[in-house]
Design a protein around this ligand. Sequence first.
Ligand code: FAD
Length: 527
Amino acid sequence: MPVAVHWFRKALRLHDNPALAKAVAACSAPNSSLLPVYTLDPHFVKNSHIGTNRWLFFLESLQDVDRSLSESGSKLLVLRGEPMTLFSTLFDTLIANGETVSLYFEADTSPYARNRDAAMLELCASKNIAVHTFNSHTLFNPSDVIKVNGGITPIVYQSFLKVITEKMPAIQPATPTLTQVPPLSDEMKALLTYTETFGFDAFQVPSMEDIGKAVPGENLVSTHKGGEREALKRLEEYMKQKDLVCKFQKPETNPAAFQPASTTILSPYLKMGSLSARTFYHELMKVYRASKIGYTKPPVSLLGQLYWREFYYTAGYGTPNFDKMLGNPICKQIPWRTDEQSNVDLEKWATGQTGFPWIDAIMIQLKQEGWIHHLARHSVACFLTRGDLYISWERGAKVFEKLLIDADWSLNTGNWLWLSASAFFHQYFRVYGPVSFPKKYAPESVKYVRKYIPALKNFPEKYLFEPWKCPIADQKKAGCIIGKDYPKPMCDHDAVSKVNIGKMKVAYDEGKVASPPKAPKGKKRPL
Ligand code: FAD
């Protein structure tokens, strides 16, 4: 009997999921079965590079898929272990039971996934299993973009826009949402329960404890709930604010705004694939088409943000060693600090102990909630790298990878390359001031710092972003002594940023790069 195995990885959804839709369509013959599978790969489970908030968000996303499948009498089979070994056992069990197996999954362009999927294709070939893969994580297939661009990976956003708008076919409509999937027969469930083999019920989405993860403590208070239902609800809510959508200009959004935030906060859902980028795109187009006031344009518009995502996916796909400085042909070779003290400084940055309240509040929000605004990411990434600490972007990206619920290999790497002026952006002399920048966003930035750093709750607003300048009598009155209740600044920003600009110039000159572009005249926008 035919069994269509659908392997969920990203695309944790039933809307716009072409691989799942095809697997369902393949089950139209009588006695055929759909088997939805997820593999909890030790590569992810055992490594410590995924933080608690992301695990929670991920498990909620998985539970939501299982809930949707269960509504049709199906169930997600969650196997724990190395995917090739698990699939080999699974295929052998099905084949020995007389089934004809085919496999469906969404393509994934990250390096680990590409290697894993190549091994899967070999395994399937060795067992005569037909494999069907689909590109639905991005609006454009990165390899197609590079192909139509004559084999060259576009690394300038405007050139990328030209390629996708002039040379790529129009974005396809979303695949219809699956309201019904074939139920899983009792016989199939009995065949695959695996309780005896693995010691757990594989038809149950595991809990944090089941996979050996710490249950979150009180200091983790993420309000971001995972799952397709939540993703679609948030998309719908955001798209109702038609003026906001049409006038969206990313550099004008406020990094300190919360309740409501100034951007969509859809990144964690896009990352997990609980939200399809194509669905987001088409909903946005509906709002644009109906608009009587016109709408903003890329790169600053909401569409522009979706295209940034595409841009970095394509760059990540087409650039060797994209997530490293060494061996990365587009990355400036910069002698970042590697001394012992840099480990201490990195830790202070990562734990919100720099003594700069704006930087610390952002890192504390990141640790507690797993999401921070784009310009907040800019501020702390610039501070860690070329701005103040002169520590490698690779080390910062690892901290983000652990703490962000939207941590995404292509986007995290691409943006760190940008912020450290290692690739894509070369105006290394434009540095974020950890004191001057947040002042532009008062009063929200004042509330923001007070919210995430309770020690500064009663601190005078005048000194909030540079508390070391506050007279001691006022510090006492506010109940916060700098150096005791809150750290002294770990560096003199004005002095150190000048030195670092000089070091960047030397590194650029040694790389025989043409003179960096001049700073634009007039109003300075965020980078
Ligand atoms: P919105 O402004 O509402 O944008 C909608 C969607 O467009 C986002 O959800 C995201 O998918 C995409 N998008 C927006 N900005 C960018 C961008 N600059 N680059 C690529 N795609 C973008 N984003 C991640 O999703 N994962 C990461 O790991 C990540 N790491 C980053 C690291 C650094 C140092 C910086 C500066 C940025 C990083 N970003 C990352 C990009 C960006 O900050 C987030 O995508 C955005 O803040 C998410 O919030 P939002 O969904 O409200 O975005």
